[in-house]
Design a protein around this ligand. Structure first.
Ligand code: SF4
Length: 531
């Protein structure tokens, strides 16, 4: 089938628009069942793209026929039973590997098309879904992993994230959005589910003594990053589903489809402005929304890594365990499920910093859980570097990657721990293998974007992996994208670069300033020369 654009009903469609129009991508499941019998080689290339609507991608190199799969955990939430099913798939089909992603999915690798019907059936049997895990549709709804147990939260976001996921994700009305579409719900004070970089971000607020939500719209990163804008509304709990639904219909009906690089909701919001967006939303709702509380403001920082021991509002404990940049193995997943059952109530949550939280741990078991988790390589007490470093899939598996990320992240953490033991400052280091920004390099204290350059600028020279550097990105109050430096750091030297940079920060910071404040105090030229 041609991969060129074509004319259909007088509208010029790009390839993805064409394949969505030719077949509802959610209907590709019946083909997946068929291909599982006929083999990878028999897969139609258009169907292979439709597989994304079930979270299935080819893994690099495509010729090997291996697939990766994202399993959605709305709000990161899972039971031990669900967790064990995923662990079993990792062990039986995925070479024992799994990645916790920064959108609270669990990603498996090394799968075969022949495995997919079994995997999906077993996931569905325990209430998990892969429908809508990728593709131009409503993705996994993310939220605070402490939702419902956090004694400082404004409102428990979990029931809302769950309800939005049930209503919108996998909904055939939204099988053909112009592009991917991300929703987050933060009921916590820190607004830790990143409303500023989601298409729709709901954040807990209180108005006249009533808890509800304010909405942010049009956030998204990638090569043209936009921070979301506040809609300026107060959304009562019983309005959340309506608002989420109609915002999504606005994207479906008015979002741009001609150019995929210009198709995310952020471009529509930019063109319309929030006043028009709110007006169209209220027309669709059929009622006016109240204004957001006048005293609303974002938290000073939305960085919250959920690692460590946290006392829940019911007196039990949540214990956040640090993975090493999201990568875990099947044995660890099984052990986590066992600990959740033995010492808690069988509840686990994945976090947006690629870690795991065990909920409802009885006070008398806290030390045991910490000890057992550390034994399996998932410590509750660890360095700020391990807590704050995330990495995307990168070149090991991702076909879009130009740089290795997971191993480099591990090497950077190791170097920092050796060179700067006991480093007292909370630092986020986000490493990505291409500009798509799956791990949000523009919003970290230190963002590393993998690139390829010709050595010595020689157009015929060998290509070398380097990192572009972004410094001082921040969400929350005074949000800003990281300053993009001109310099490129050879990928193998990134760890030394960061060690030098953080030594300077520690030695020269003034009056308790944060890393972002430290960065903002310097000119771009000074930042280039800082390390
Ligand atoms: Fe792949 Fe790029 Fe996303 Fe990394 S940022 S997982 S390289 S698409």
């Amino acid at each position: 089938m041609s991969v060129l654009t074509q004319e259909t009903s007088g509208v010029k469609l790009n390839r993805m628009e064409r394949i969505k129009k030719e077949k509802n991508p959610f209907e590709v499941w019946q083909d997946i069942e068929r291909y599982a019998l006929t083999g990878f080689e028999s897969i139609d290339p258009d169907d292979l793209d439709r597989f994304k609507w079930y979270g299935i991608y080819t893994q690099r190199p495509q010729s090997d026929g291996y697939l990766m799969l994202r399993v959605k955990l709305p709000n990161g939430d899972a039971t031990s039973k669900q967790w064990r099913v995923i662990a079993g798939h990792s062990r039986r089909f995925g070479q024992g590997l799994a990645d916790i992603t920064d959108r609270q999915n669990i990603q498996l690798h090394w799968l075969r098309i022949e495995n997919m019907p079994t995997i999906n059936r077993e996931l569905e049997e325990v209430g998990l879904s892969i429908k809508g895990a990728c593709g131009d549709t409503v993705r996994n709804v993310i939220g605070c992993p402490l939702a419902g147990v956090d004694h400082t939260e404004i409102i428990d976001g979990w029931p809302f994230a769950d309800a939005i996921n049930r209503a919108l994700a996998g909904n055939p009305e939204f099988s053909d959005l112009p592009r991917k579409y991300k929703i987050s719900v933060s009921g916590c004070v820190e607004q830790c589910a990143h409303p500023e970089i989601n298409d729709l971000g709901l954040v807990g607020v209180i108005k006249n003594g009533e808890a509800g939500f304010e909405a942010w719209v049009g956030g998204g990163l990638g090569s043209q990053p936009h921070l979301a804008k506040r809609l300026g509304v107060f959304i009562r709990p019983d309005q959340v589903l309506d608002v989420s639904y109609y915002v999504t219909t606005i994207f479906r009906d008015f979002g741009y489809r001609k150019n995929r690089a210009h198709a995310r909701l952020k471009f529509l919001v930019e063109d319309w402005g929030v006043e028009k967006f709110r007006q169209v939303l209220e027309e669709r709702l059929g009622y006016r929304l109240e204004d957001a509380p006048a005293d609303y403001q974002s938290p000073a920082s939305s960085y919250r890594d959920h690692v460590g021991v946290y006392r829940q509002k019911d007196g039990r404990y949540a214990i956040g365990l640090a993975t090493l940049r999201g990568r875990v193995n099947a044995d660890q997943l099984f052990a986590l499920a066992d600990m959740a059952d033995q010492y808690g109530s069988g509840r686990l949550r994945a976090t947006t910093l690629q870690n795991v939280v065990l909920l409802d741990i009885a006070p008398e078991h806290v030390e045991t859980v910490k000890r057992e988790a550390a034994t399996i390589g998932l410590p509750a007490e660890t360095s700020n570097f391990r807590r704050g470093t995330i990495a995307c899939t990168g070149i090991q598996f991702c076909k879009l990657a130009v740089a290795e990320t997971k191993d480099r992240a591990a090497g950077i953490i190791e170097s920092l721990d050796q060179e700067l033991p006991g480093y007292p400052h909370q630092i986020s280091i986000n490493i990505t293998g291409c500009p798509n920004s799956c791990t949000r390099y523009q919003t970290a204290d230190i963002g590393l974007l993998g690139s390829l350059v010709r050595q010595d600028g020689n157009p015929k020279g060998e290509k070398e992996e380097v990192f572009q550097i972004y410094l001082g990105g921040k969400l929350g109050r005074d949000m800003q994208l990281g300053h993009h430096l001109k310099r490129r750091v050879p990928a193998e030297e990134a760890k030394e670069y960061i060690v030098r940079l953080l030594k300077r920060f520690d030695a020269e910071r003034q009056n308790g300033e944060t890393f972002t404040q430290f960065v903002n105090r310097h000119t771009l030229e000074e930042l280039e020369a800082l390390s």
